[in-house]
Design a protein around this ligand. Structure first.
Ligand code: PEP
Ligand code: MN
Length: 286
């Protein structure tokens, strides 16, 4: 007798083939490696414009940026709120970029909804079950961060709440869990990515930024994630990380992101994935 997991709709037993989510022409969970880059938080028009312009020049199709930020300290920058959402929309239109941003609370859903292509549920909200039930009734793709103290089973049960609401466009995001070792901000669970892929048909992406807290480790953590079978990466990048209002130490410099892309492509290719963001080599006619 095969083991029946506690979740049903999220399981491979329920649906054997991978869920592939089409957003603005990107196929999340399919053959391509899905790449999202952007700052932890939207800080100003100049900041988001410079970052958006840079990543779009690299061929990256999705921009991240928090407008409402879940900060541990109430004295830290809380986000530009509605103004941040408007700035995201502005650069989305200017550079033809998809947007992902966090909905921190149910009371903000109607505000955030029109400004984003993917709704992000933060790690701290993964166990907010009433919130999950309500978000499951929406029709936009949802990226569900793994709770920092959540088991894989709890994470997939949280996804089950969304699926039960009728929303089938759920993307899982591993962002590191808390362990005894605080040398890294969190511990990136690479085997957890692989296990989630085995247990569930849902796409799984990796957030090496929250996982490591350290820009010098983003390359290794990203490459390991791709090799571990992740369907994509969400990476924090900033035009001036030293002065970032949120998560500066883990934010890549713009050129660091650019320098990593060829390695991402090599590993993605080895894993049988294509990179829509990668420039096709120019064909020179002799
Ligand atoms: C973030 O993506 O900036 C963030 C706050 O993520 P998490 O919910 O994983 O901490
Ligand atoms: Mn962050």
């Amino acid at each position: 007798m095969t083991h029946q997991p506690k979740y049903k709709l999220a399981s491979r037993q329920w649906k054997g083939n991978d869920t592939v989510i089409d957003v603005r022409g990107c196929q999340i969970g399919g053959d391509e490696l899905f790449l999202i880059a952007g700052p932890c938080a939207v800080e100003s028009e100049e900041q988001i414009d410079e970052i958006a312009s840079f990543i779009s020049n690299l061929g990256i199709k999705f921009l991240r940026g928090g407008a409402y930020k879940p900060r541990t300290s109430p004295y830290n920058f809380q986000g530009l709120e509605k103004e941040g959402l408007k700035l995201l929309k502005q650069v989305s239109n200017r550079y033809n970029l998809g947007i992902i941003t966090e909905v921190m609370d149910l009371s903000l859903l109607d505000t955030v909804y029109p400004y984003t292509d993917i709704l992000q549920i933060g790690s701290r909200n993964m166990k907010n079950y009433h919130f999950l039930k309500e978000l499951g009734k929406t029709d936009k793709p949802i990226m569900l961060k793994r709770g920092m103290d959540a088991t894989i089973e709890e994470w997939l049960l949280a996804a089950e709440y969304l699926l039960l609401g009728g929303n089938e466009k759920v993307i899982l995001c591993e962002r590191g869990i808390r362990t005894f070792d605080s040398s890294n901000r969190n511990t990136l669970d690479i085997a957890g990515i692989a296990l989630a892929q085995q247990l569930s048909h849902l796409p799984v992406i990796s957030d090496p930024s929250q996982a490591t807290g350290n820009r010098e480790l983003i390359g290794a953590a990203s490459k390991a994630s791709i090799a571990g079978g992740a369907d994509g990466l969400m990476i924090e990048v900033h035009n001036n990380p030293k002065d970032a209002l949120s998560d500066g130490p883990q934010s890549l410099y713009l050129n660091q992101l650019e320098d990593l892309l060829p390695d991402f492509e090599k590993i993605a290719t080895a894993m049988g994935k294509t990179c829509s963001w990668a420039k096709q080599p120019e064909i020179i006619n002799a």
